[in-house]
Every structure is written in structure tokens, then in C-alpha cells.
Design a protein around this ligand. Sequence first.
Ligand SMILES: NC(=O)C1=CN([C@@H]2O[C@H](COP(=O)(O)OP(=O)(O)OC[C@H]3O[C@@H](n4cnc5c(N)ncnc54)[C@H](OP(=O)(O)O)[C@@H]3O)[C@@H](O)[C@H]2O)C=CC1
Ligand SMILES: CC(=O)N[C@@H](CCC(=O)OP(=O)(O)O)C(=O)O
Length: 316
Amino acid sequence: MAFKVYVDGQEGTTGLRLLDYLAARDDIELLRIDADRRKDAAERARLLNAADVAFLCLPDAASREAVALLDNPATCLIDASTAFRTDPDWAYGLPELAPGQRDAIRATKRIANPGCHASAFVMLTRPLVEAGLLPAATPLTAYSITGYSGGGKQLIAAYEAGQNDPRLAAPRPYAMGLAHKHLPEMRVHGGLDQAPVFTPIVGPFLKGLSVTIPLHVSQLPAGTTAAALHEAYVAHYADEPFVRVMPLDDMANLDGGFFEVQGCNDTNRVDLFVFGNAEQIALVARLDNLGKGAAGAAVQSMNVHLGLDETTGLSA
Ligand SMILES: NC(=O)C1=CN([C@@H]2O[C@H](COP(=O)(O)OP(=O)(O)OC[C@H]3O[C@@H](n4cnc5c(N)ncnc54)[C@H](OP(=O)(O)O)[C@@H]3O)[C@@H](O)[C@H]2O)C=CC1
Ligand SMILES: CC(=O)N[C@@H](CCC(=O)OP(=O)(O)O)C(=O)O
């Protein structure tokens, strides 16, 4: 018997990508809304309540509205917005987070899909905090380089329309108010006392993302080395189907000295890198912001929730 699945927000960037994943599967029966009724609350309510799993690929306010439209206790919601990512009644949809996270995703009917920058950041910090190698009180900074699809339909349209605009041809730092919407989940799920100073940069390419956390060795407990951090990742992610811990100081994977931000595109994979010397360390996580950073992660959580093989329909 196929699982009934509905995507609320099916015309958006994340919704469309999700439909690509789901339409290819024969264990899923897709419930579709007519495009011209996609904001009709009564029709959305009918489909939400008929679904075994409903994905919300909507702005935060519309996600909250969708939650209020649901009264079937059997429907599992997987929300792609920022609305519930630190809400204790929702499970954070990152199975790799910590032991027990898969059980939490299986047991709940409310899953909050992580933000793209936050997934990368949290996957770098949390295992180190839990291993005692990164004190929770450490004041961190992080920067992210991301493709423009992370900004949804509007930013994609702006980049596609502005191909001759030299301003868009250059990398553009943003969120300079230092209050990016992923800070709360970075702090809470990253295992930290305070959020990082986070400066994302959007570039003239569709998708692909890497988050870098620079560290001074002097910020870490005495005797901690880049190799020790690398070993902690190897241990924590040993059995993970979608995580590759790359060799320490993986210069061989640099393209003539340059890091390839798009290296995980069209996969649900995360690649983790540790570069370092006696004084300084750079931790880097790379993913496809539309894959493990959004729709791929949502499919992975659905697979876990339904007790299916976690890798069904996804590529590593
Ligand atoms: N793009 C990305 O990489 C990621 C996005 N997200 C999150 O996913 C969510 C969706 O983002 P994204 O796909 O980028 O956004 P888009 O702007 O591309 O799509 C949002 C969709 O929601 C629709 N919508 C808006 N209001 C309503 C409503 N009241 N009822 C039904 N549909 C509605 C929009 O309709 P219309 O077509 O009319 O505009 C649009 O199709 C956001 O919360 C975002 O933060 C999460 C991870 C990554
Ligand atoms: C380029 C760009 O604007 N990217 C978005 C992140 C998109 C994303 O994945 O975040 P959500 O899951 O929270 O939507 C941003 O930085 O706000």
C-alpha cells in the first residue's frame, strides 16, 4: 500500500524539488492540489488531513496556518520553514544530529526540517561539543557561501533576470544585521551557549553551499589538535549513509587550490573537511542547499519516520 503524501507549497522552489523526488517513487501516492486553488484554505485542509505525510514548503506564516488547518492526529507534518525549528514539540529533522534523533523522528508527528546553513553548521559543531573538544561557551564565527536558489522564487527570478547586471556577477555578503534567521537553531542544535557571528555570502550560481568555521587552536581545550577534531567526526558519522568525512587537510580535493562549493550538488550528501596547523583550524561542511539543505533532508526524515530504508529515492 502506498503512503499518501501532500506537498503544501508545491509551486515553490523547495516544493518543486520535493515533487521531483516523490514523483519518481512507487511507494508514494501524491495528493495534488489544483494550481489555481493552492492558496484555498479549505482545499489545503482537505488534502492535509487526507495525507499520511504532508510537507509544508511555505513561508513561516503560511506554515503556521497549515498547522492550524490540521486535525487528523495520524498526519505527520514535515515543515521546511523556520517556524518550528527550536520548538520542543517538534523533532529537528537531522537524523545525524545525535544518538536517539532517529527515534525522535520516528515517534513524532511534527518534524522541523533544518535550514540549509544551519544543517552544515550544526553538523560541524554538535559532535565536537559532545566529544568535549569544543566547549559550549566558545564564541564562534562562521561564514557561508551559497547559491541563489536558497532565496526561493524571488531571488532566483532576480538572478535570472539580472544576468547582465555586474553587481549580481560578484559574491554578495548579506544578513549584515547579524540576525540571520538560522541563528536560533545553530545555537540550540549546535549545542552552543551563544549563536555564532554568521556572515553568509550569496554567489552567481544556482545551488551548492559551504559553511566554514574558523578556529584558533588556543580556543580549544589544551592539547586539542585538528587531527582530534577530525577523528571525532570519523567516529560520530561512521555509519551515516549521507556523510563523508574527507581526509584531514584534504588538499587533493582542492581544485588547483580552490574549494568546490558545488561538489555535493544533486545529492543528499554532506562532505565534512578539517584543515589545520598548530595554531589555526578551519572546519568546512558542504552540501546542496536544495538537497540535504532542504528537499533531500525532508525526504530522508520522511523515510525515517515511516520506517523505510532511509536512503530510498536519495543519492549519496
Ligand atoms: N530555497 C531553499 O533553499 C530553502 C527554503 N526553505 C524554506 O522552505 C519554505 C519555502 O521556501 P522556498 O521554496 O524557497 O520559497 P518559494 O518562494 O520558492 O515558494 C513558496 C511557495 O509557497 C506558496 N505560498 C505562499 N503563501 C501561501 C499560502 N498561504 N498558501 C499556500 N501556498 C502559499 C508560494 O506561492 P506563489 O507561487 O504564489 O508565490 C510559493 O509557491 C520557506 O519557509 C523557506 O524558508 C528551506 C530550506 C531551503
Ligand atoms: C541565499 C539565501 O537567501 N538563502 C537563505 C537560506 C535558505 C534556507 O535554506 O533557509 P531556510 O530553510 O530557513 O529557508 C537565507 O540565507 O536566508
